[in-house]
Design a protein around this ligand. Structure first.
Ligand SMILES: NC(=O)c1ccc[n+]([C@@H]2O[C@H](COP(=O)([O-])OP(=O)(O)OC[C@H]3O[C@@H](n4cnc5c(N)ncnc54)[C@H](O)[C@@H]3O)[C@@H](O)[C@H]2O)c1
Length: 448
């Protein structure tokens, strides 16, 4: 008999997720537009000045049982997530500005709101960063650590994490710093031993983001990467993540254009409509845009943005529809727009008997307004993963692909980019760890 609920996959003994007691310390690498918008938003929500719009952990519900059961609790009431009142922020940046000053500079939030939040925001001051201009050409850091080699710098970050750990109960680290140059994995990334030797020898393929990630994972702390740089997507980091029960989860916040792509592309494929070309262009004028104006940082972003369509369309399975699709992405730095990005997509599709059609998407978005709730959700879910016996030592948290342009999956397994499959995977993971039945949407039992 058909059964919408896949009872066979019910978790036999619900793994006991540890409660979220005490303070959750969030260490943010890079206190720029995204981070300061996240931190200011959390404080505004705590004070009743704003609602957590865009955050699945705060506003989302999850259906449990049959459709006729009418049981859809809030996600944050179903799984033990840290309460926003228990979240404590700190971070690192290459500039000395406190979070109020950095938020004012980013010009995402209006002055009135920032003035109300100022007494809190100015208490958060960045720790000196690990930085080397070789990896981000457009920035000149002034608030940076010095050390005899990369191992020394990693030890200093570990000391920062250890000191913060003394003031809170649990810690998560998230990278929301600038996009680094494109780096391909080399032998130094193959194992923890090779990586540690590389730290000692100042291997050029070890960028600052990898040093933070190594430090966090060595401390048993989950690490999320909001940018497209090569950071935790290496053999060394997967090994370290598993060894120290410190979750990792892929990279690059899926906010604007790629978010739209991973919604539209599955729709075309579902209807077996072909795509001949997909041209995407953007203008943005924030510091991220300035960094991405450097061809080496752009290359990192481009690779991350390009991946999704190929994985969704599976041209090897559907050569008639997608084999020769032309996919082009441009990002143009245009200062007048600041954080208000504008994206255009021209999609050349074709239908029955090959007749061509076009779709134009013009998304006038606010980059950091879209990214902030994603950063928050990742932090809260990574903390949950760390408290979940079944998840904490598996390394990659594939169920968090929902949030990322470049989802990470087990070696040899293709990543899942379709937003709705990703959402189902996320929710089923939550049901699973809480010992609830999974939902397959079969639903034949309603027609008995
Ligand atoms: N906003 C979005 O929609 C979005 C989407 C996907 C990815 N991202 C990525 O998130 C990151 C942050 O974006 P943003 O708009 O906040 O950029 P931003 O330039 O405003 O902030 C980045 C901050 O990181 C700091 N920084 C750079 N290198 C550092 C280092 N090694 N250590 C510590 N701090 C460092 C910079 O000084 C800056 O304050 C970027 O890499 C961006 O590509 C953003």
């Amino acid at each position: 008999m058909g059964n919408e609920i896949q009872g066979g996959l019910k978790t036999a003994a619900a793994s006991k997720v540890a409660p979220a007691t005490g303070k959750l310390g969030v260490m943010v690498v890079g206190l720029g537009a995204v981070s300061t918008t996240m931190i200011a938003g959390v404080e505004a929500i705590r004070r009743g000045l704003a609602k957590p719009i865009g955050s699945l952990t705060q506003m989302g519900t999850i259906r449990l049982g049959k459709r006729t059961d009418n049981k859809s609790p809030l996600i944050r009431e179903f799984v033990p997530l840290a309460d926003l009142n228990d979240v404590v922020f700190t971070g690192w940046d290459i500039f000395q500005d406190n979070v109020y000053e950095a938020a004012a500079h980013a010009e995402v939030l209006d002055k009135d709101m920032l003035t109300q939040l100022k007494p809190y925001l100015e208490t958060i001051k960045p720790l000196p960063a690990v930085f080397d201009q070789y990896y981000v050409k457009r920035l000149h850091g002034t608030h940076v650590k010095t050390g005899k080699n990369k191992r020394d710098l990693a030890d200093q970050v570990r000391a920062d994490i250890q000191a913060f750990k003394k003031t809170v109960d649990r810690v998560v680290v998230i990278w929301a710093a600038s996009t680094e140059i494109f780096i391909e994995p080399t032998a130094v990334h193959a194992s923890v031993a090779a990586f540690e030797a590389g730290l000692e020898n100042d291997d050029i393929a070890i960028a600052p983001s990898q040093i933070y990630a190594y430090a966090a994972l060595s401390e048993g702390v989950p690490f999320a990467n909001g940018a497209p740089n090569l950071t935790v997507d290496t053999g060394a980091m997967i090994e370290l993540s598993k060894r120290n029960a410190a979750p990792i989860c892929g990279k690059d916040f899926k906010t604007g254009q790629t978010f739209m792509k991973t919604v539209l592309a599955p729709a075309f494929k579902a209807r077996m409509l072909g795509v001949k070309g997909w041209f995407s262009t953007n203008i943005l004028g924030n510091r991220d845009g300035e960094v991405l104006d450097d061809p080496e940082s752009f290359k990192t972003k481009e690779e991350s943005k390009l991946g999704s369509l190929d994985f969704i369309f599976q041209p090897e399975l559907y050569p008639d529809l997608y084999k020769d699709m032309y996919h082009k992405i441009r990002i143009n730095y245009y200062p007048p727009r600041g954080d208000d990005k504008e994206a255009w997509d021209n999609i050349d599709i074709f239908g029955w008997m090959g007749y061509p059609m076009q779709i134009k998407v013009n998304f006038l978005c606010r980059d950091s307004i879209l990214a902030a709730p994603i950063a928050l959700d990742l932090v809260l879910f990574m903390d949950l993963a760390k408290r979940t016996p079944e998840l904490q030592s598996i390394g990659i948290q594939e169920w968090l692909s929902f949030y990322l342009k470049s989802p990470q999956s087990a070696p040899g397994l293709y990543p899942e980019h379709d937003l709705f499959i990703q959402l189902m995977k996320l929710k089923n993971t939550l049901r699973h760890i809480m010992g609830q039945d999974l939902i397959t949407h079969l639903g034949l039992e309603y027609y008995d």
